[in-house]
Design a protein around this ligand. Structure first.
Ligand code: ADE
Ligand code: ZN
Length: 330
């Protein structure tokens, strides 16, 4: 927390690395790569970050990615993020990346993965990190298949696959085939579901994709049977309070369902999603949960403990971090 004491140790499991592209970096990379931007300056760009829903965010998010062109660009993006991790108490990151948003612009998969792993290796002494390749659910499933094939040479550096982008109208079931293949390759499956979409999408993610974690999942709370199933199976839900407020998925921080999810004994943890766009990194989301939702230190420790338990770290690393969480005092 931002109280002068060391921040609560945590794992960041719901973080889109492209969502850490800060406005200043958009302009710096645009200059370097000679990319024309439709904004007059950083303040003009920031003024566009007044989102009405997920799609209004995604429009700006994908447009800004045009500045990411080279392996070094991806390395600098990820390095800038990883440098922030110790100050946010983040000990381990499983970062999403959206290869289709880059390969569709002619950036080779080798440069995307190569740049991100250059940064991960350079910061390995401070924070451990893995990659989760996300398929864009508003693109055809055949494109997801081609993306998985293009990623095959790099699978030793990729821990899992995810599903993101515009949710409503793009249910998980359409991606059952590519997820089955990914699972067969040893990749851990996760998916965004129940962010804007209905509880049935969460059920499909579990049944049709075999996910080990649900990203967001806040709308699961609308369905008692689903809540009972998630509680019984201890299915992790990676919840992003500041994102949910900024995208209008909840009407305000005080009305976020996180306390209700904790009371229902769901396996929730707190994350930042796209921090450069939503006003806060990992610990800032914990601060929002404390100040905006009134969570106490014990509840914050539960969230942080869950983040390690839900991670794809091996059991001894998970236990070591969980012990650090138990010892943390605000
Ligand atoms: N891609 C980046 N952020 C996302 C979000 N919050 N939901 C779906 N796709 C995303
Ligand atoms: Zn997300």
């Amino acid at each position: 927390m931002t109280t002068g004491t060391p921040p609560l140790p945590k794992a960041e499991l719901h973080l889109h690395i492209e969502g850490t592209l800060e406005p200043e970096t958009v302009f710096e990379l645009a200059r370097r790569n000679d990319v024309a931007l439709p904004y007059s300056g950083v303040e003009d760009l920031r003024a566009r970050y007044d989102f009405s829903d997920l799609q209004s965010f995604l429009d700006v998010y994908y447009a800004n990615m045009a500045v990411l062109r080279t392996r070094d660009d991806f390395a600098e993006l990820a390095s800038a993020y990883l440098r922030r991790c110790p100050g946010q108490g983040v000990r381990h990151v499983e970062m999403f990346f959206d290869p289709q948003a880059h390969t569709s612009r002619g950036v080779p998969m080798a440069d995307v993965v190569g740049g991100l792993t250059d940064a991960i290796d350079a910061h390995a002494g401070d924070v451990s990190a893995g990659l989760i390749l996300c398929f864009l659910r508003d693109q055809p499933a055949a494109d997801a298949e081609a993306t998985l094939r293009a990623a095959e040479p790099y699978l030793d550096r990729i821990v899992g696959v995810g599903l993101d982008s515009a949710e409503v109208g793009h249910p998980p079931s359409g991606f059952a085939g590519v997820f089955e293949r990914a699972r067969g390759l040893g990749l851990k499956p996760v998916a965004h579901a129940g962010e804007e979409g209905p509880p049935s999408y969460v059920r499909e993610a579990l049944d049709d994709l075999g996910v080990l974690r649900v990203d967001h999942g806040i709308r699961a709370i609308e369905d008692d049977d689903l809540v009972a199933r998630l509680r019984r199976d201890r299915t992790p839900l990676t919840v992003c309070p500041l994102s949910n407020v900024r995208l209008g998925c909840v009407p305000g921080i005080g009305l976020h369902p996180l306390p209700e999810m904790l009371a229902a004994e769901l396996m929730v943890s707190v994350h930042s999603d796209d921090p450069a766009y939503f006003g806060g990194y990992a610990d800032d989301n914990y601060t929002a949960a404390r100040d905006g939702l009134g969570l106490d230190a014990e509840q914050l420790r539960t969230l942080a403990g869950n983040s390690f338990e839900a991670s794809f770290l091996d059991s001894s690393a998970r236990e070591g971090f969980t012990e650090e969480v138990r010892r943390w005092r605000p």
